[in-house]
Design a protein around this ligand. Structure first.
Ligand code: SF4
Length: 587
């Protein structure tokens, strides 16, 4: 069916090597896959040799929005897809902020970045005009936050604009480097920052002013109002506004599912001190939202410090927090001081590192150090649980890579443990560092089989909570349930709806929301589309080198009791057998 907004089908292709760009129309992709993940995987398949080195100029980055972007509330995410330097296969990351709306309002539905510049550059895309600008003076600047401020002044713009940039971690090819958006949002996971660094792309500034047309204005207004109200008031979204995901700390600790000190325990004696409630009481300064999102889940804390050398002069800094960084840089490292966690989060922002991967890498290094697998010769400083000041230095060392050890740690926990040992305590799944849920077998099976090896792929942790105290289905049925959930999420991420609004955007609601945009698709067809996109991504992941028969399961998950008791290794292995038959069907 033809798109009501013709500009959505415009794909901006940027050749960083030759500093050229062109626009091509892909009505076929946007009308079939609706945008986001569905379109990105097709563009990646067409443009990327799956066997390339992820840090070579031949890697390709696709960024895409969907038909709902800028039209309905909470369809505020931008999808980035690429080959991940961390896992060596499919990389996908989602970010909020203003980027999705800025891309669409600039007149594009997707952006494809190819090649690599010889010198540092940044891209400026405003109302469809593309400029390649010298970023030599920005390369090597200590803080990514400074880069944001400089670009804000250099690129004045009256409309909606997004500033995406990498920090020094991306420049130095740390394989879990992030891309920072605006002030508090990120493409965090799977190393998009390192891919930009390898292309010498320091930043991407996009601004737009275009309006997005709809076919049936009256029908649109009706459904818009309903979605807006539900985003604002439904219990499924309210919780994200009130305490935010930091709310998870206490319930997870109470059931014994909060990974602590490299998952040597799943209960943290300092949990109350780093709970969402404590953060809110002691540090919450305000809440903000991504563009066009009434949920406003982004919680900003303030830190006030005395100005060095001055009496009664204070510096106040603002840092965003949510559950995952609190887990990775808090309980996982035994840190029970809010100040310490906030400073560690701030450090990952300044350097441009993924908070989850950084915390898990430091936790592995601390345990390996304790067990004598590595020594101060490698670590330079003495890591110790709870000592956040030393962890602040270690984050710098990961970026600076002053010795071989930090060079390998910058490649991720999996590679570091292969090289130095302590593999049983390396908490990686498919090469990606563990999210913060040790809730039972479904969470870990979910990380293992998820396309991104993320808790967001299939929400295995919520299945664990559903089966808490009850008997689990047989492993085949559990895997089928996880795959079905992940397939449905492909629809959400093609549209590109924030997953925090998934309780509002049920299949029936999506089908109704698409109608005023001239798109007729029923619930069953939506689910079929999700399954198709899931399969396309899985096939591409395998062609990129993913081998489901070589998935390593960290021993630690069987040693530390979960809320369901000790996880049955046989159950997990049978689940993986089922998954392998799905991933590589027998001929
Ligand atoms: S719920 Fe939060 S992360 Fe999601 S779009 Fe809204 S503000 Fe952004």
């Amino acid at each position: 069916m033809p798109l009501v907004d013709e500009q959505l089908a415009r794909v901006l292709r940027v050749d960083l090597t030759n500093k050229r760009y062109r626009v091509e129309r892909r009505d076929d992709l946007f009308s079939r896959y609706l945008g986001g993940t569905g379109v990105a995987v097709q563009l990646l398949k067409e443009n990327l040799n799956p066997r390339v080195d992820p840090l070579s100029p031949d890697n390709v980055v696709v960024m895409a929005v969907g038909v709902l972007t800028g039209v309905y509330p909470a369809a505020s995410k931008l999808v980035a897809m690429f080959k991940s330097p961390l896992t060596g296969n499919l990389g996908e990351s989602h970010a909020g902020g203003r980027a999705a709306l800025a891309l669409r309002m600039s007149g594009f539905g997707a952006l494809v970045l190819e090649g690599s510049s010889e010198t540092p550059i940044y891209l400026s895309v405003h109302d469809g005009r593309v400029e390649f600008k010298d970023a030599s003076a920005l390369w090597g600047v200590r803080s990514s936050l400074t880069i944001g401020k400089v670009l804000r002044e250099r690129e004045p713009w009256p409309g909606l604009r997004s500033i995406m940039r990498i920090g020094r971690a991306g420049e130095r090819l740390v394989r879990y480097a992030s891309v920072i958006l605006e002030t508090y949002r990120h493409f965090g996971r799977l190393g998009l920052g390192a891919v930009w660094g390898s292309k010498r792309l320091k930043a991407l500034v996009i601004g737009g002013r275009r309006a997005v047309p709809v076919a049936d204005v009256r029908g649109y207004r009706e459904i818009y109002k309903q979605i807006f109200e539900e985003c604002l008031r439904s219990p499924s979204t309210r919780k994200y506004h009130e305490l935010g995901t930091a709310e998870n700390v206490m319930p997870l600790n109470e059931i014994g599912g909060l990974p602590t000190r490299n998952l040597r325990s799943a209960r943290f004696e300092g949990a109350e001190l780093i709970s969402g409630e404590r953060f809110a009481k002691e540090s919450l300064a305000r809440r903000i939202a991504c563009a066009h999102c009434p949920i406003a889940c982004v919680h900003i804390a303030s830190i006030r410090e005395i100005y060095p050398g001055e009496k009664y002069f204070y510096v106040t800094r603002y840092i965003s927090y949510d559950y995952e960084p609190i887990y990775a840089l808090g309980s996982m490292l035994g840190v029970s001081e809010i100040e310490g966690i906030l400073k560690l989060i701030e450090q990952t922002d300044i350097l441009g590192l993924d908070a989850i991967s950084s915390g898990v890498a430091l936790a592995w290094a601390t345990e390996a150090f304790e067990r004598g697998v590595i020594s101060e010769r490698e670590t330079i400083v003495r890591p110790e649980w709870g000592d956040w000041r030393t962890y602040l230095k270690m984050l710098e060392l990961i970026v600076d890579q002053p010795n071989d050890f930090y060079g390998v740690l910058a490649e991720g926990t999996e590679r570091a443990s292969e090289r130095y040992g302590c593999q049983d305590c390396a908490l990686t799944f498919g090469g990606n560092e563990m999210p913060g849920y040790h809730t039972g077998p479904a969470s870990h099976i979910g990380y293992l089989i998820g396309l991104r090896h993320s808790h967001l792929d299939n929400a295995g942790y919520s299945l664990d909570q559903r089966y808490l105290g009850k008997s689990y289905p047989d492993p085949d049925a559990l895997v089928d349930e996880l795959v079905e959930e992940e397939s449905w999420r492909q629809v959400l991420t093609s549209l590109v709806i924030c997953l925090f609004a998934r309780g509002v955007y049920k299949p029936e609601m999506i089908s109704r929301a698409l109608k005023p945009l001239g798109i007729e698709i029923d619930e069953e067809d939506l689910r079929a589309l999700g399954r198709e996109i899931y399969r396309e991504k899985l096939d591409l992941k395998i062609r990129m080198g993913f081998d489901p028969s070589r998935l390593r399961v960290p021993r630690r998950i069987f040693e530390t009791p979960s809320p369901q008791g000790r996880i049955d290794e046989g159950y997990v292995m049978r689940a993986l057998d089922r998954y392998r038959r799905i991933a590589v069907p027998p001929h």
